[in-house]
Design a protein around this ligand. Structure first.
Ligand code: NAD
Ligand code: GLY
Length: 357
C-alpha cells in the first residue's frame, strides 16, 4: 500500500493506494467517526463494487444513496434527493459522506458534503481511473447547470482518498482510456521521466498490469497532490492541470458532451495545445510527434473528426479560466514543463484546431 499526503495544513489528508483498500477505508471510518455514514454511489458501481465495499463496512451505521449512472446525475435535482435522504436518515455534523464511484459521484457527493449543514466531512473512494488520478484529489466539487458544466460548486477537501486497484478490473475499456488521457497530462506538465515510463509500458498499461497501474496512479496522485498543496484554489500554479483542457472543453461543447469521454477530449486538446506550442516556437515538431505517438499507442483519440473549427475557436472562450476575455493557454516548453500564456493569436489557434478537427 502507498500513501501520499496532500499537504494543506489543517486540511491535509492522505491518499491510500493499493489492494484491499476498502478495509482500510472502513477502519478509518471506525477510528475517526462514530456517527452515521451516507454512502453515495451509482447503480453501475453498486453492481460492480457495492457488495464488497458494503461488506467491509460491517458494524458501521450506514445507508446507501444510489443515483443513476452518468453526467445527468451531477445536478441540483439529484443533490436535493440526497439532501432529503440525509435529513430523513438523521445525518448530522458528526456524520460522514462517502463518495463511492467515478468523477460524477465524487463531484456530486462532494458538493452535497460541502453544503449539507454548511459542511459535513466526506471521503472519496474513486472507482474509475479518471477519478483515481484526478477528480478525487484536490477538492473541486460541483454540479452542472443547464447553461454549463460544473458551474455550481465549492472547493471542499475530502478527509481521505481510498484507491482500491481491484475496482479497475470491472471498468469498461473506454473508461480506462479516458483516465489515461489525464495520466499522460501529468507526464507532459511535470515529469519527463514519467512520460518515458508511460512510453516504455504502454502495452502493460493497456492490459491493466496491476503493478504498472499502481505506479501510474501513484505518480499521477503525487503530482496532483504537489500542485494542489501549493495552490489549492487555482490562483496560479494549479492552472497547469488544465493542459489540454481549453480545447477539450470546446470539443465537448461542440459535440454536446455526447461523443467523447472527458479524457478523450483532453487527449485531442493536449495535441492541439502541443501544436500551438510548436507554432509559437516553444517546442519542436519531433516533440509534438512524441506526444501524438504515445497517445496513439495508448489508443486515445487525437482528432475530433467533423468538428467545426470556427465553433471550436468560439468555444475556447467559454473556458472557466478565461478572464476578461483572455484565454489562459497552458503551453508546452518541453516534456515536464509548461507555461501559461494569454498571448496566442486567432491565426495560431485556428491553425492548431484545423490539425485536430
Ligand atoms: P463517471 O463517474 O460517469 O464514470 C464512468 C462510468 O463508469 C459510469 O457509467 C460509472 O457508473 C462506471 N463505473 C465507475 N466505476 C466503475 C467500476 N469500478 N466498474 C464498472 N463501472 C464503473 O465518469 P468519470 O470519467 O469517472 O468522471 C467524469 C466526471 O468527473 C465529470 O463530471 C467531470 O466533470 C468530473 N471531473 C472532475 C474533476 C475534479 O477535479 N473534481 C476532474 C476531472 C473530471
Ligand atoms: N482537474 C483539474 C484540477 O483539479 O484542478
Amino acid at each position: 500500500m502507498n500513501t501520499i499526503t496532500v499537504d494543506l495544513g489543517a486540511k491535509s489528508y492522505d491518499i491510500l493506494i493499493g489492494e484491499k483498500i476498502f478495509a482500510e477505508c472502513a477502519a478509518f471510518i471506525k477510528k475517526n467517526y462514530s456517527g452515521k455514514v451516507l454512502v453515495v454511489t451509482d447503480e453501475n458501481v453498486y453492481k460492480s463494487c457495492g457488495e464488497k465495499f458494503l461488506s467491509a463496512m460491517h458494524g458501521i451505521n450506514f445507508e446507501v444513496a444510489k443515483v443513476a449512472p452518468g453526467e445527468n446525475s451531477k445536478s441540483l435535482q439529484t443533490a436535493e434527493k440526497i439532501f432529503t435522504q440525509a435529513i430523513e436518515f438523521g445525518l448530522d455534523r458528526k456524520s460522514l459522506i462517502v463518495a463511492l464511484g467515478g468523477g460524477v459521484v465524487g463531484d456530486l457527493a462532494g458538493f452535497v458534503a460541502a453544503t449539507y449543514l454548511r459542511g459535513v466531512p466526506f471521503v472519496q473512494v474513486p472507482t474509475t481511473l479518471l477519478a483515481q488520478v484526478d477528480s478525487s484529489v484536490g477538492g473541486k466539487t460541483a454540479v452542472n447547470h443547464a447553461l454549463g458544466k460544473n458551474l455550481i460548486g465549492a472547493f471542499y477537501q475530502p478527509k481521505a482518498v481510498f484507491i482500491d486497484l481491484e475496482t479497475l478490473k470491472t471498468l469498461p475499456e473506454r473508461e480506462i482510456k479516458s483516465g489515461l488521457g489525464e495520466v499522460v497530462k501529468y507526464g507532459v506538465i511535470s515529469d519527463e521521466k514519467f512520460f518515458a515510463y508511460l512510453e516504455d509500458n504502454a502495452e502493460k498499461i493497456l492490459s491493466r498490469d496491476v503493478e504498472v497501474m499502481e505506479k501510474i496512479i501513484q505518480r499521477s496522485c503525487e503530482i496532483k497532490a504537489e500542485v494542489v498543496s501549493k495552490d489549492e484554489k487555482e490562483l496560479g500554479l494549479r492552472r497547469i492541470l488544465n493542459f489540454g483542457h481549453t480545447i477539450a472543453h470546446a470539443v465537448e461543447l461542440e459535440t454536446n458532451y455526447q461523443k467523447y469521454r472527458h479524457g478523450e477530449a483532453v487527449s485531442i486538446g493536449m495535441l492541439g495545445a502541443a501544436i500551438i506550442s510548436q507554432r509559437l516556437g516553444k517546442i519542436s515538431a519531433a516533440e509534438v510527434d512524441r506526444l501524438k505517438n504515445l497517445l496513439e499507442r495508448l489508443e486515445l483519440v487525437t482528432k475530433c473528426e467533423g468538428c467545426d473549427v470556427d465553433n471550436l475557436y468560439k468555444f475556447t472562450f467559454r473556458d472557466k479560466k478565461t478572464i476578461g476575455g483572455k484565454v489562459n493557454w497552458v503551453l508546452m516548453k518541453n516534456f515536464g514543463t509548461v507555461e501559461i500564456s494569454s498571448d496566442v493569436s486567432e491565426e495560431v489557434i485556428k491553425f492548431a484546431l484545423k490539425k485536430i478537427a
